[in-house]
Write a protein that binds this ligand. Structure first.
Ligand SMILES: Nc1nc2c(c(=O)[nH]1)N[C@H]1C(S)=C(S)[C@@H](COP(=O)(O)OP(=O)(O)OC[C@H]3O[C@@H](n4cnc5c(=O)[nH]c(N)nc54)[C@H](O)[C@@H]3O)O[C@H]1N2
Ligand SMILES: Nc1nc2c(c(=O)[nH]1)N[C@H]1C(S)=C(S)[C@@H](COP(=O)(O)OP(=O)(O)OC[C@H]3O[C@@H](n4cnc5c(=O)[nH]c(N)nc54)[C@H](O)[C@@H]3O)O[C@H]1N2
Ligand code: SF4
Ligand SMILES: [Mo]
Length: 685
């Protein structure tokens, strides 16, 4: 790499913050925030500093690994790709093109989103699955049902900000598209201009600690709160009448539907006093403009789609859609499509047609049940399904049933460890990549570029897939051969090239947003209006309006009759120090937060003679782990909280999904109750 100072973006989480990297003769010398990045404005979180370490970590995969009699063995790229081509060709010949599934992880940057996706196209398989059932897609599905699109909250102009099931001070994340400059700054600015910040969360998170108000509901009960707030706003006639009568459909049905859902009904379910529910509803309806920001704290429950439909309905009822300071439908970069196979033939389409991919549990159960339609091979790209899906032991067993499992990763993850073939990938600092953002001024694209040499024989995923397709005779028209040509291909529709991005770093690709577009064009739903009562859901045999149901994965104890053996409920969270299961093996990271913790209320701990710092056995009906206890005085007694993300071979520590339940899931998104399990704690020794 030529010495110099380069503008790039961080590839470690969805934030994709702008970075300025100084490269010297010996490699990367320094990393700093890019003050000219329109979204992150100079901000970088401490995780970005680990980039240097990532490039030089001795744990990196440096050659392909093929499973042989003695386990995974280093092999050449030629042997690895010939082996993959031979296995996949044979499986395709015997079982047809639907036999391959692709599992991808959180689409943190677009290189993570896209690897092996076009390969699915040329192989002929619609069976795309992954972490989508756990992450934002369930919420996205709910917004699509209500208004055909997912709007972006206008944090810097809202007078009321409601963070509902998210913790952006730790995760830097709200929207599908935007990067931000640190939510502590955004919250401070909101308060300084006289705005109000409310957080709805069962635990006092970092964001709740900075808010004007923390609404501490019982986990998994948000749909009851949402329905009761709709009840109040409709019955007190606090809704935006012109918007509702002009641009929505199904209001009368909704009005009737929510009559039983009174604040008094919701009080024992949610644990929030009825007066507080009324006050919250009034505040939301009368403070204009307001933005309600739903988060990942809602995704991993069986009722997620209905919960978030109530959030979307509240945003619309109060007239806060597509207005400055509310939530806006922002323009976005046009990009090439890599996979256009119609979904009709994909696994489980008869029951899961609304969701944008095959929900992971459908693949898992097909494998475990030897379903004749099950995939026989899987490629796992930038993902760690063994650790991130519910009930790890069963997930591992399901993946063990594949005839061929191929994983591309930068480390030997818990999933790579059980693969037939492991392909060593480049890290974001060793390849080209990009990220598109919507924004309240101009939507833009930003480039990330190779600034360090890949270790050993680590290669771009886009090279891997095009090379594999070539060896299988499927590559007649493969549109790219490496990460650079992939970026060029993806950005053709918006007329931007890598060369231009290398020169300019960041290129605006959309006009400034326009508001109240629905006044001319309507909403992109079947009726052209906001649908309080979803036509699409009704046609697919789903509830047209959100409902509350007991069995949504919250009443785990009473539902399974295990209240005596597992009297506590445990939620789990991501820490600010790490992204999912990544990078606990990097020294700077491990030093800052060395092990997962189990957070207990002092009352629950005392009842079990557990002291702060003790190591305990934490058990659920699914499994047992050992973990250290820390007290959290503001936890509701009966509720514990565990840190999520450990459990890779490189750390060997407690994994949350050893304990989560995969026996139930949302009928649309396949979301398991991964944020909550019944448990008991016992002192070790
Ligand atoms: N109990 C519980 N379960 C959860 C969650 C929770 O809060 N609680 N959160 C859920 C959510 S929201 C999500 S998004 C999922 C996350 O699910 P995943 O996205 O599958 O999880 P990650 O840990 O991010 O896995 C990414 C893998 O990619 C590898 N990797 C990192 N960089 C690169 C690269 O540049 N190239 C390649 N090829 N590989 C790379 C990492 O080493 C890692 O093994 O987990 C979900 N599961
Ligand atoms: N540092 C860091 N940043 C990340 C990630 C990471 O792993 N680490 N992951 C990235 C990814 S893929 C995602 S999806 C986002 C997620 O980021 P966010 O959307 O901010 O979600 P989380 O931080 O997972 O959880 C938010 C809050 O939901 C709460 N919660 C749990 N159960 C419930 C419930 O039943 N109701 C309500 N109302 N709240 C509940 C939790 O207590 C937690 O405080 O973060 C992204 N950014
Ligand atoms: S918030 Fe995410 S994208 Fe931004 S610096 Fe931190 S890890 Fe990187
Ligand atoms: Mo996620």
């Amino acid at each position: 790499m030529k010495a110099g100072v380069y503008r790039t973006i961080c590839g470690f989480c969805h934030g994709s913050c702008g970075m300025i990297v100084r490269v010297g003769d010996a490699g990367i010398e320094s990393i700093a925030g890019d003050p000219e990045h329109p979204a992150s404005r100079g901000y970088l979180c401490p995780k970005a500093m680990a980039a240097k370490e990532l490039a030089t970590s001795t744990d990196r995969l440096t050659t392909p690994l093929r499973r042989k009699a003695k386990g995974l063995q280093p092999v050449s790229w030629d042997e690895a790709l010939d082996f993959a081509a031979e296995r996949l060709t044979a499986i395709r010949r015997q079982h047809g093109p639907l036999s391959l599934a692709r599992n991808a992880g959180a689409p943190v940057n677009y290189d993570a989103r896209d690897g092996f996706l076009h390969f699915m196209q040329v192989y002929g398989s619609p069976n795309v699955t992954g972490a989508g059932n756990t992450c934002h897609l369930p919420r996205f599905t709910a917004w699509l049902a209500v208004m055909g699109a997912k709007p972006e909250p206008d944090f810097d102009r809202a007078r009321l900000l409601v963070f509902w099931g998210n913790n952006p001070v730790a995760t830097e994340r709200y929207g599908s598209y935007c990067a931000y400059e640190g939510f502590d700054r955004i919250i401070a600015r909101a308060k300084a201009r006289g705005g109000r910040v409310v957080v709805i969360d069962p635990v006092r998170s970092e964001t709740a600690a900075q808010a004007d108000e923390w609404v501490a509901l019982k986990p998994g009960t948000d749909v009851a709160l949402g329905l009761a707030m709709i009840h109040v706003i409709i019955n007190e006639k606090l809704y935006d009448e012109p918007f509702v009568s002009g641009y929505t459909a199904g209001f009368e049905a909704l009005q009737q539907h929510v009559q039983p859902y009174t604040p008094g009904w919701a009080e024992p379910i949610t644990g929030i006093a009825r007066e507080k529910i009324v006050e919250l509803a009034r505040q939301l309806a009368t403070t204009r403009p307001a933005a309600v920001c739903d988060g990942n704290g809602l995704d991993m429950y069986c009722n997620v789609v209905d919960t978030v439909r109530t959030v979307a309905i509240l945003q619309a009822l109060t007239g806060n859609i597509d207005v400055p300071g509310g939530a806006a439908l922002l323009p976005f970069a046009k990009q090439s499509a890599l996979h256009t196979i119609p979904p009709q033939q994909r696994l489980g389409y008869d029951r899961y047609s609304i969701f944008k991919e095959v929900p992971f549990p459908i693949v898992k159960e097909a494998l475990l049940g030897n379903d004749p339609a099950r995939p026989r091979a899987m490629v796992v790209h930038h993902s760690n399904p063994v650790l991130v899906q519910a009930n790890q032991a069963r997930t591992r067993r399901a993946l063990g049933k594949l005839e061929f499992l191929m994983v591309d990763d930068i480390f030997l993850s818990a999933t790579a460890e059980i693969a037939d073939l492991v392909l060593p990938a480049t890290s974001p600092l060793e390849r080209y990549g990009y990220r598109a953002h919507s924004a309240f001024d101009r939507g833009f694209v930003a480039l990330s570029r190779p600034l360090a040499d890949p270790p050993g024989e680590a290669r771009d995923v886009f090279w891997m897939e095009s090379e594999l397709a070539r060896r299988m005779g499927l590559a007649a028209t493969y549109p790219f051969t490496d990460s650079r040509s992939w970026v060029d291909y993806m950005l053709q529709p918006c007329g931007v090239t890598v060369e231009q991005l290398e020169r300019e770093g960041i290129v605006a690709v959309t006009p400034p947003p326009q508001y109240e577009k629905y006044k001319n064009g309507g909403f992109p739903t079947p009726s052209g209006k906001v649908e309080f009562c979803s036509q699409q859901f009704a046609q697919s045999g789903q509830q047209p309006m959100p409902v509350y149901s007991e069995g949504a994965g919250i009443a785990l104890q009473s539902a399974t009759g295990m209240a005596t053996a597992f009297p506590l409920l445990c939620t789990n969270r991501r820490t600010a120090n790490y992204v999912h299961t990544k990078f606990r093996n990097l020294k700077s990271q491990a030093k800052a937060y060395p092990e997962p913790l189990l957070w207990l209320s002092p009352t629950d701990a005392a009842e079990r003679q557990v002291c702060e710092g003790d190591r305990v056995e934490l058990s659920s009906p699914q499994g047992t782990v050992e973990i250290r206890v820390k007290f959290k005085a503001d936890l509701r007694p009966g509720l514990a909280m565990m840190d999520f993300g450990w459990g890779n071979p490189t750390d060997g520590l407690a994994s949350a999904n050893m304990l989560t339940n995969d026996g139930v899931w949302n009928p649309i998104s396949g979301s398991h109750p991964q944020r909550l399990f019944a448990c008991e704690v016992a002192k070790l020794g």
